[in-house]
Ligand binder design. Structure first.
Ligand code: SF4
Length: 294
């Protein structure tokens, strides 16, 4: 288990698959496509026991046929399911305005962003797909409620869209930091073409007073990049910006097996080496990447 996986587990994540029953209904929620075969077995077992089986989650929404013989597809974005995946998690909006080709959100949630009213509860892990695409009024209200609730260790866990980050957003995020409530802001830098926008957004956050050590950056690797491009992004974040890079190996939305996909510019071994090193900087940063596991 690497540093990021340990962090995920210690922050309460169940690991991508949860199931529970309510009366004679069994609910399954599946995040990753490689968990669908196991979910199928569980659904078939519940069905044989006489349960009515409902299944949801991103993996089910992206691959609706896999469980169709044993379960009825249900709402993938339910608060109930999120709480089972992590009791510290919440969301205040659903959906995203973008259509990134590697992402499940547009397929699962549709092309619009919906702001939830006060049915959401303030919790430490904010899991909105794209909170900064919400209206200013909604964003202000979210920050107000987080401040009033006094919730600690706030982590904008699914990433804030750096291309939409304004001085206003940054000032309120800095207020959370100054109030001692902020644990981590996560951004994403998916490809080299967005370097200018990424750096601008990062600088806005820093100039508002958010320290670099409070900023983590998801770095998509193995999609349409090269190892050199990925290394440039990872090293820039770590060495130049002094923030925490988090390599995210691309996984097709219908993968039957985790890490089976290897893009043409990469090898499986090189992808593994990148993830192992850059996910474990707390332990490995004394070793230059070029010297690591040659
Ligand atoms: S901005 Fe984020 S949530 Fe929206 S489609 Fe792209 S990767 Fe997915």
């Amino acid at each position: 288990m690497n540093q990021w996986q340990r962090q995920r587990q210690s922050s309460g994540w169940a690991g991508g698959y949860v199931e529970w029953t309510e009366g004679q209904v069994a609910y399954l929620s599946v995040v990753f496509s490689w968990q669908l075969q196991m979910a199928y077995q569980r659904a078939a077992w519940y069905k044989a026991q006489g349960y009515f089986v409902r299944a949801g989650g991103p993996a089910v929404a992206c691959n609706p046929d896999v469980l169709s013989g044993v379960a009825i597809q249900s709402d993938s974005g339910s608060v109930k399911a999120l709480r089972r995946h992590n009791p510290n998690a919440t969301f205040t909006t659903r959906g995203c305005i973008r259509q990134c080709p590697f992402c499940a959100v547009p397929k699962v949630e549709g092309a619009f962003l919906r702001e939830l009213t006060d049915e959401w509860e303030p919790r430490s892990l904010i899991c909105d797909n794209n909170l900064l695409a919400a209206s200013v009024e909604h964003f202000d209200h979210v920050i107000d409620r987080l401040q009033e609730s006094g919730v600690q260790n706030i982590d904008f866990n699914q990433g804030l869209d750096v291309r939409l980050l304004t001085l206003h957003h940054a000032a309120l995020l800095a207020e959370l930091y100054n109030g001692g409530q902020l644990n981590r802001i996560r951004l994403a830098w998916d490809n080299i073409e967005t370097e200018k926008q990424f750096r601008q957004g990062f600088e806005i956050l820093r100039s508002a007073g958010v320290p670099a050590r409070k900023i983590g950056v998801y770095v998509l690797i193995g999609f349409d990049d090269t190892p050199e491009d990925a290394l440039y992004r990872l090293m820039t974040i770590w060495h130049d910006l002094k923030a925490w890079p988090n390599p995210m190996r691309y996984q097709p939305l219908d993968s039957k097996c985790k890490n089976e996909y290897v893009a043409s510019a990469w090898t499986h071994r090189e992808l593994q080496r990148y993830v192992r090193y850059w996910s474990n900087l707390r332990y490995l940063s004394a070793i230059p990447f070029g010297e690591f596991d040659k």
